[in-house]
Ligand binder design. Sequence first.
Ligand code: CUA
Length: 157
Amino acid sequence: RNNDNPLPTKENRRLEITWTVATAIILLFVGVASYGVLANENVTYQPSEELENEDPVVVHAEAYQWGWEMSYPEAGNFSTGTEIVVPKDRPVVFQVTSRDVIHGFHVPEMALKTDAFPGQVNTIKTVPYEEGTYQGYCSEYCGVAHSQMYFTVEVVS
Ligand code: CUA
């Protein structure tokens, strides 16, 4: 036999295992990194896509232990605390961030969900098409009063 066709020696097997493990670790890192990128691009569009180009209402939602501060830059940074009122049939953009630890912005009935990270703004967009008051809450465990972090989104015409 020549050296181009090595026998499955103990040493070869050890090398093979080493490379398999190294490849697995590299793939794991790539996976984790790309998940991080994808997770921050969760822009939600809801039905009325023809309204997409209309001037959106921008709402800032800042989470803190343990509450929310919502504000409308459009209305001169008018702060609304935990009750936000948005118009029906007009695009609404939520810019979600945190003042301290990681929280979660979640309005199940409006299919809105994104993480609230300190030092980062996550944007989600929707077009509310049904009037009503929708309950929102914090979806990431953030300490003793996590379950008190309620807010409401009221959709009016
Ligand atoms: Cu904020 Cu849980």
